[in-house]
Design a protein around this ligand. Structure first.
Ligand SMILES: [Zn+2]
Length: 136
C-alpha cells in the first residue's frame, strides 16, 4: 500500500485529475497484486469511506484501466475482473470457485497453450502477446 502523496503523484503522472474518491480507490488497490470486480471494490471501499457511489467506483476503475494503472481481465464469463498486477503474466482460473491465480509461463509453454486454444476456438483472434487464461 502506498502513501497519499505518492498516489497523488502517480495519478497526476498518468494525466488524471485528483479527487478524494480516486485517491481512496487508488490507495485501496494500487501496489497490491489481486483480481477483483468493481462490485467487490465498491463494498470494500464503503466500509470505511461510505460516500463513494457504485457508479463512481465503476467509472474510476475504468479510468484507471484506460490510463494503464490496472488491467482488465476476461477470466470469468459472468463478470469483468480488474487486475492490479501490471507485470506481464498469465492466469489460471479455478472453474469451481472462480478464483484467479497469477502464473508466468515460459514463451514455449505460452505458445503451446495458445496453439491448443486456437485449435479449439478458431474465432479467437491470434495475438501472440495475449495473456493466457487457463480454466482448471
Ligand atoms: Zn493477474
Amino acid at each position: 500500500m502506498k502513501g497519499s502523496a505518492e498516489i497523488a503523484k502517480l495519478l497526476k503522472e498518468r494525466g488524471l485529475r485528483i479527487s478524494l474518491q480516486k485517491l481512496e480507490i487508488a490507495k485501496h488497490i494500487l501496489g497490491t497484486c489481486r483480481h477483483f470486480t468493481a462490485e467487490e471494490i465498491f463494498r470494500e471501499i464503503n466500509t470505511d469511506f461510505p460516500r463513494v457511489s457504485r457508479a463512481t467506483v465503476f467509472n474510476v476503475l475504468n479510468l484507471f484501466a484506460e490510463h494503464g494503472l490496472l488491467k482488465t481481465l476476461r477470466a470469468r464469463s459472468d463478470v469483468l475482473l480488474y487486475d492490479s498486477n501490471m507485470a506481464e503474466h498469465d492466469h489460471v482460473v479455478n472453474s469451481k470457485t472462480g478464483e484467479v491465480y497469477d502464473v508466468k509461463f515460459t514463451p514455449e509453454e505460452r505458445d503451446s497453450f495458445l496453439q491448443a486454444m486456437w485449435l479449439k476456438n478458431p474465432h479467437v483472434p491470434k495475438r501472440k502477446t495475449a495473456s493466457v487464461v487457463i480454466h482448471v
